[in-house]
Write a protein that binds this ligand. Structure first.
Ligand SMILES: Cc1cc2nc3c(=O)[nH]c(=O)nc-3n(C[C@H](O)[C@H](O)[C@H](O)COP(=O)(O)O)c2cc1C
Length: 210
């Protein structure tokens, strides 16, 4: 199947059947998320993978009682940094130097520029910027899930404060941004499965400037 066939096949499943997804498939989805591009390469988020059924049961009521939260195999929580700190910025720049095996003046100047700009900003502004980066990885995970023939339902319908509490995210300097239950669609219980995909026409989406 071509990528576009897989993207047409995928949809935001409303019912899943509880079947477990093999770990190698989940690992490839997480790797796709890890490979996502992010602003300045900071990757300002973490992904919590919930396999534990009782934790899923705790999250369901604070996620509009959506059944996919408990009927999925793995529940991914994309949690963004609550702010940018000197330590967090330095960590990624140091990691880059370590992995590439050299220091570069331009890169070090860029580090200083970020250090002089980001940590001073309002934490809410920084969290929102970090959450946007998390969404890029989230999107890559959705595509990767479709590639694996798995269903993945993007979920913004939840109370982030409640999820942060359940997972103790604030203590780790994280805030939940978006959820992604991964599993297998349950066709006989899903009103959406046979409905035609609706997208606005290309001409309403794209403007080409020659
Ligand atoms: C960021 C985001 C949040 C969403 N939140 C929910 C949600 O909480 N519950 C749900 O059933 N669908 C949710 N959706 C699914 C969208 O409604 C769905 O992707 C859209 O209608 C397009 O349909 P399709 O994905 O089935 O092709 C969300 C989608 C995105 C991208």
């Amino acid at each position: 199947m071509e990528l576009l066939d897989k993207l047409n096949w995928r949809y935001a499943a409303k019912a899943m059947n509880g079947k477990k997804v093999p770990e190698d498939k989940i690992a490839r989805i997480l790797e796709a998320a890890r490979l996502a591009p992010t602003s300045s390469g900071l990757q300002p988020f973490e992904i919590i993978v919930i396999k534990n059924q009782s934790i899923k049961e705790k999250i369901k009521p604070v996620a509009w009682n959506q059944s996919v939260i408990t009927d999925c195999s793995h529940l991914l929580v994309f949690a963004a940094w609550d702010t940018y700190t000197v330590e967090r910025i330095n960590y990624m720049f140091d990691l880059t130097n370590e992995i590439r095996g050299f220091k570069n003046e331009g890169w070090e100047n860029y580090r200083q520029m970020l250090l002089n700009a980001y940590p001073q900003k309002d934490a809410e502004v920084n969290f929102n910027h970090a959450a946007k980066q998390a969404y890029i990885a989230f999107s890559q995970a959705i595509i990767a899930a479709a590639f694996e023939g798995l269903d993945a339902t993007p979920i913004e319908g939840f109370d982030p404060t409640a999820v942060d509490e359940i997972l103790n995210l604030r203590e780790k300097g994280l805030r939940s941004a978006v959820l992604l239950p991964i599993g297998y669609r349950q066709e006989d219980k899903d009103w959406l499965v046979n409905l035609v995909k609706v997208r606005k026409p290309m001409e309403d989406l794209v403007t080409v400037i020659e």
